[in-house]
Design a protein around this ligand. Structure first.
Ligand code: ADP
Ligand code: ZN
Ligand code: ZN
Length: 801
């Protein structure tokens, strides 16, 4: 077959299809589906993905492929098909779907090389590589060498690598290979002059810790000798010095204590049985594992994965980004060791690429990662686990707008393997599906330590105000904090980030400083002394006088984490505080450092935003305080109640997970709201019932599906007019069962100087909807691409603003 079908990297509707290209003779048998290729497109050469091979085409003058960019496929057939499906479901371009599946290091701006992996004698490779381990791609791209190289790649002796040009991609480490045996070492030791104590020390180490190779740095550290001693021993031919590549392992400085499977409780056994059965039978099924925090869900994940590994298959575990804490990763690494690859946004581009390669080269069997790890290139998937399945971060908010849960089910159906969705507070959608037996419900009702959940008390902050307490801490919370600090126990204070940024207001005229480009007030950042827009990044100095009336009576409102910290320092000067928010955790590794600091008992209070709500497990924490529970409740989002309930339940789960008894205090201005009341009682079932009534009344998911169309343009009338036309058009395309709402201005009507309007479709079953939406995109793509109009269509939206 000498014709390749190629999806090209031109993200536009007109080019969102396969193009035929001729495979030049020298690449015949080399270019395969799933490889990236460079192809001529108009006047340019661009990147594309080979999706298939064929013999015939209708095109008369076929252009040839310029060159392959890979020598082994980077997408297998399953992923190629998945991308097609994903593009259709999410109304995005196929090229965008493929790009979302691969690590960023594989984008075009990276340098391509080939590297020799084997150490065996091999005349072909010896000839190509001479005595180098890596050569540039250009050098290998030569008629005689290519077929030979290709064969060696298939044999696993050579690989194609991409190095990030600017950063120096591979990490090398100095290794000392031992060249003499034990007897020779002893002889050498005995022959040394007494003054050569350092050399003796090094040699003794070699006898005590026999190995073939030593990492130079480790050897020096552990035996206590210096560089010059090593040099001397190299000169005496004790060692041969060499450079070896190591994977950048972000967890290299950690020691993992291996763990064994725990004997399961009766409840756990009942829950895991159907999962193990499905693994054994190699069938597909989706399970909803509904278990309170600390009920042993993770142990079920671990043992299910064990069963999958025993069958020689692979596992994907998704964890929300903010829960991808070192603690969580430790649990998987401790059980499965080096079989685990980790993928999250905290890794550098090079690190992510290394982890991806471990999977590609079948060196990892388990991947633990955030959303995009769902695309891990396993070929023999045995299970997919999504922990905290209700988390909205599983939905990607840019194209392709996919939900990891849908992708998981799609992949698992292909591989005939189970999916486990785990949560203490399942999304309404998932729980409803479990109730209808679409998913199989597995329940863990008891906490492991049999303590039950910690008692929660809800404090009415209006009452506090009436009693003259104007601080951000209620009397109860403050007294308990004092008590814990005296007892040397630890406290977590949680502040909802949304709606809690501090803003500046003039006390004379009420002026609030707004972003000049967005309809949103600027946030005051004390440390950098700036006013910043959290939507477009605009920043400006802090005004000394009111820009409106020139009054000097300017005040800063709101209680950001910084402000809470200041107040704490005033009220509890002896308390040692760790603050975790976007400001303190933006540097790489900061997150982990702060947590370690708290964990080791060097601080009394961990103060933070959403990022401390999940997955953390500190034995010494006996008090959790939620400073203001309702900031999220009043957002213009039909999931506001659900999110509030989930968050409060999660936060409460942080207390008393171990020997010490824990306690939770929730401060609120709306104590009567059912989300807060039922979170206080930790009663998910009742919350579910009540929230379902609200959803039914409002015709929201899970009763209806949603599609949100957002139009933005610099000109308000253009934005509105287009949205109006789309709404009218779509109105004619949907059945009487569906509803068309809007156009209305978005809750943030302007971002970055662009006006935003939206309309919302609610429907149950509209087979023609996808086609009609695609028509809308097509229509406006042609007409408005030059005018800077953007139309985004979000199927099953999670961001309602
Ligand atoms: P979840 O994931 O539901 O929050 P975990 O799996 O973290 O719960 O379990 C909570 C604690 O109970 C952990 O410290 C875990 O090691 C422990 N645990 C889990 N299963 C068992 C078991 N069968 N026997 C003893 N301890 C267990
Ligand atoms: Zn003023
Ligand atoms: Zn702005």
């Amino acid at each position: 077959m000498n014709i390749a079908t190629v999806i090209v990297d031109v993200p536009a509707l007109g080019t969102d299809r396969e193009f035929d290209y001729l495979i030049p003779e020298k690449w015949l048998g080399i270019i395969e589906p799933g490889m990236r290729v460079a192809v001529p497109f108009g006047p340019r050469t661009i990147q594309g993905y080979v999706t298939g091979l064929k013999n015939n085409t209708d095109i008369s003058k076929l252009k040839g492929i310029t060159e392959p960019l890979d020598l082994t496929p980077v997408l297998n057939n399953e992923l190629l098909a998945l991308g097609k499906w994903l593009a259709k479901e999410s109304l995005s371009f196929q090229i965008a779907a493929y790009q979302a599946m691969l690590p960023a290091a594989m984008k075009a701006k990276y340098e391509k090389k080939i590297r020799r992996i084997d150490n065996n004698a091999n005349p072909v490779l010896d000839h190509i590589f001479k005595d180098r381990t890596e050569i540039a791609w250009d050098e290998a791209e030569n008629k005689e060498q290519l077929p030979a190289l290709h064969k060696e790649i298939k044999n696993g002796n050579v690989e194609v690598i991409y190095s990030v040009k600017s950063r120096g991609s591979k990490k090398m480490i100095r290794v000392l290979k031992l060249m003499i045996d034990k007897v020779a070492i002893e002889n050498l030791m005995n022959s040394l002059r007494p003054s050569a104590s350092m050399q003796k020390k090094a040699l003794k180490y070699l006898l005590d810790y026999p190995a073939e190779k030593y990492v130079a740095k480790e050897l020096m550290e552990r035996s206590g000798v210096s560089q010059s001693t090593i040099k001397t021993l190299v000169n005496k031919n004790v060692f041969e010095e060499m450079q070896e590549e190591i994977y950048r392992d972000p967890y290299e400085h950690k020691n993992f204590v291996p763990t064994k499977p725990l004997p399961l409780t009766n409840e756990q056994q009942t829950a895991i049985k159907p999962v193990l059965h499905t693994i054994q039978e190699e069938k597909h099924d989706t399970f909803l594992l509904f278990g309170v925090t600390g009920s042993g869900k993770t142990e079920i994940y671990l043992q299910s994965i064990q069963a999958v590994l025993t069958k020689g298959k692979d596992a994907i575990v998704l964890v929300p980004e903010i829960a991808l804490t070192p603690q969580m990763v430790d649990r998987f690494k401790s059980r499965f060791g080096n079989d685990v690859a980790v993928l999250h946004s905290g890794l550098s581009i090079g690190e992510k690429y290394d982890e991806w390669r471990k999977i590609q080269r079948k060196e990892a069997k388990v991947v633990v990662g955030a959303r995009s790890a769902i695309f891990a290139p396993f070929e023999n998937l045995g299970i997919i686990i999504i922990d905290e399945e209700h988390e909205t971060s599983y939905k990607q908010e840019e194209t392709p707008r996919y939900h990891a849960r849908d992708v998981a089910i799609q992949r698992a159906a292909f591989h005939q393997c189970p999916v486990i969705l785990g949560s203490a507070t399942p999304s309404l959608e998932s729980f409803a599906r479990a109730k209808k037996d679409v998913y199989q419900l597995l329940t863990l009702s008891k906490r492991m330590n049999d303590r039950g959940l910690p008692p929660v008390s809800i404090v009415d902050m209006r009452e506090e105000m009436r009693n003259g307490n104007r601080s951000m801490f209620s009397k109860e919370l403050f007294e308990k904090m004092e008590d814990r600090i005296a007892k040397k126990e630890q406290i977590i204070l949680f502040l909802n980030r949304r709606g809690h940024s501090s803003f500046m207001m003039c006390r004379d005229c009420g002026y609030v400083m707004q972003c000049p480009h967005c309809d949103i007030s600027l946030t005051y950042h004390r440390y950098s002394n700036e006013m910043k827009c959290h939507y477009c990044g605009f920043d400006t100095g802090v005004p000394q006088t009111c820009p409106e009336c020139t009054s000097t009576h300017i005040r800063y409102f709101g209680t950001g984490t910084q402000k809470v910290e200041e107040e704490l320092l005033k009220l509890l000067p002896e308390a040692r505080i760790v603050r975790m928010d976007v400001d303190t955790t933006s540097r790489k590794g900061a997150h982990e450092k702060l947590l370690d600091h708290f964990q080791s008992g060097k601080a009394d209070i961990l103060l933070g935003t959403q990022m401390i709500a999940k997955g953390l497990d500190f034995p010494n924490v006996t008090l959790v305080g939620v400073l203001s529970a309702d900031t999220m409740l009043h957002l213009p989002d039909f999931r506001a109640g659900e999110k509030t309930f989930q968050l409060l339940t999660q936060v409460s789960g942080r207390a008393g997970r171990h020997e010490l008894v824990g306690e939770v205090i929730i401060q609120t201005y709306t104590p009567e709201h059912y989300s807060i009341q039922l979170a206080g009682l930790q009663d998910y079932e009742r919350f579910y019932q009540q929230e379902m009534v609200m959803r039914k009344v409002g015709s929201y998911p899970p009763f209806y599906y949603l599609v949100m169309i957002t139009v933005s343009h610099e000109d308000l009338m253009k934005a509105f007019g287009t949205t109006d036309k789309i709404a009218k058009y779509m109105g004619t395309k949907i059945s009487s069962e569906a509803m068309m709402l809007g156009p209305v201005a978005s809750s943030i009507p302007r971002i970055n100087d662009r006006y935003r309007y939206q309309c919302l479709i609610k429907y149950k079953h509209e087979p023609e909807l996808n086609t009609a939406l695609k028509k809308v995109l097509e229509h406006y793509q042609k007409q408005y691409i030059k005018e800077g109009l953007t139309i985004s269509i979000d199927v099953n939206p999670y961001m309602m603003m």
